[in-house]
Write a protein that binds this ligand. Structure first.
Ligand SMILES: NC(=O)c1ccc[n+]([C@@H]2O[C@H](COP(=O)([O-])OP(=O)(O)OC[C@H]3O[C@@H](n4cnc5c(N)ncnc54)[C@H](O)[C@@H]3O)[C@@H](O)[C@H]2O)c1
Ligand SMILES: [Zn+2]
Length: 375
């Protein structure tokens, strides 16, 4: 699986993308070194620091102090919390603020926040002056293991999520695991679904480790750092081999086709967070694989049991307020971008840690399977 647990020194994971290669630095208390790390990377650079209101309340002062102590001037750009900020209106505000702060080529945009801020600030950085370099300082578990790595940036369209955006890799990712201490428990748990995803899709030994150590990951300390490093290493490897998602990168969508349909069916509301939808989606992907006799039912049950143990939803009926019926879910699945020439593409499994891309999934079979979920 991985290197043993360690503490003290931060862990560095490299994303090997030739001239766009960068480091992900993972460790407790790293925010204090933000200024010196930026100075080492880009001496003399000015910084636009993009964040949201909740993150600002908890961590902006420390981030600004870290920059100031290294003599770095920073313009502060704060947007409202939540998915609503991945909009044209907020994108315009952020771009205009970056320009107004006279951030130029050679300067840096710093995204301090969760996936919303990373996607929004990253897309603004990709766009202003045809591309400014940017640094990710992810503050949610989801952002530390997933959204801050790999260079997908963007905002939402009225036609759907993440439809307007760019591939734009950061020049550095600084994942301070202590920042997660202020994250609401429900948000942490939702992010944990993406942690479990790495085990379920490609690393059975990591999944077994999580079954034993998940409580320590929640509590912080070396186990949390270790888990985040394993996930970043897995994602960095996949991104380096398939940056533009022409193949293997699609494995990261395990649980996401079912998950997106459920999320959309809940109107992308607080009733079902993204990670919660992914947990449910992964259970459905495992159960569907069992129905197709690709894996034993007991193996699917093992995946479900772990997600349930950490408190994630694992049955459609766990969703407060319910979801639309099979017809609407099938429409939502068909609208999903992973549809090629009428056939549905799903990430299915041959076992824990053995996900594969199935391009030829029969829609009628999916419909019958979903109907069973409502019985
Ligand atoms: N680019 C990618 O590859 C990729 C991958 C997965 C998800 N995403 C995107 O990420 C977004 C979801 O990200 P998210 O789950 O991080 O949500 P988020 O950014 O909305 O953060 C969740 C909430 O937690 C608050 N918060 C963040 N850090 C905090 C902290 N340390 N302490 C206290 N509160 C804190 C935020 O203000 C927000 O209210 C979605 O828009 C999704 O599309 C992108
Ligand atoms: Zn996801």
């Amino acid at each position: 699986m991985t290197a043993p647990l360690r503490s003290g020194e931060p862990t560095v994971v490299q994303v090997a993308l030739n001239e766009r290669a960068y480091d992900i630095v993972i460790g407790r208390g790293l925010l204090a070194s933000l200024g010196t790390r930026i100075k080492e990377l880009r001496s003399g650079a000015r910084v636009a620091l993009v964040t949201d209101e909740s993150v600002a309340r908890h961590h902006l002062a420390a981030a600004e102090a870290a920059l100031k102590s290294a003599g770095i001037e920073a313009a502060r750009i704060t947007v409202p919390d939540g998915e609503g900020s991945k909009s044209y209106a907020t994108f315009e505000k952020v771009c205009e603020a970056i320009v107004a702060a006279r951030i130029e080529r050679g300067d840096l945009v710093v995204a301090l926040g969760g996936g919303v801020i990373g996607d929004l600030a990253g897309f603004a950085a990709a766009s202003v002056r045809r591309g400014l370099d940017f640094v990710q300082v992810p503050t949610t578990l989801l952002a530390q293991v997933d959204s801050s790595v790999g260079g997908k940036t963007g905002i939402n369209s009225r036609h759907g999520k993440n439809l307007v955006g760019a591939f734009h890799q950061p020049v550095m990712v600084i994942a301070d695991t202590a920042l997660l201490d202020t994250l609401p428990k429900r948000q942490f748990r939702a992010g944990y679904a993406e942690v479990a995803k790495y085990g379920l899709l490609g690393d059975a030994a990591f999944f077994a480790w999580l079954e034993k150590n998940w409580q320590d990951v929640f509590n912080g300390g070396p186990a949390r750092e270790h888990a985040i490093a394993v996930c970043c290493r897995a994602k960095a490897g996949i991104v380096a081999r398939d940056e533009r998602e022409t193949g293997e990168r699609a494995l990261l969508n395990l649980g996401h086709t079912f998950g997106h349909a459920l999320e959309a069916g809940c109107g992308f509301s607080d009733r079902l967070l993204h990670g919660e939808a992914v947990a449910l989606g992964m259970v459905l992907a495992f159960d569907f694989s069992a129905r197709k006799r690709l894996i034993a039912a007991a193996e699917a049950e093992r995946a479900r049991a772990h997600l349930a143990a950490v408190g994630l939803p694992t049955h459609i009926k766990d969703i407060a307020g319910g979801v639309p019926g099979v017809d609407e879910l099938m429409d939502l699945i068909a609208q999903d971008k992973k549809v090629k020439r009428g056939k549905l593409t799903f990430i299915l499994v041959r076992g824990i840690g053995q996900a594969f891309i199935a391009n030829d999934v029969d829609a009628a079979e999916v419909r019958a399977f979903l109907a069973e979920q409502f019985k």
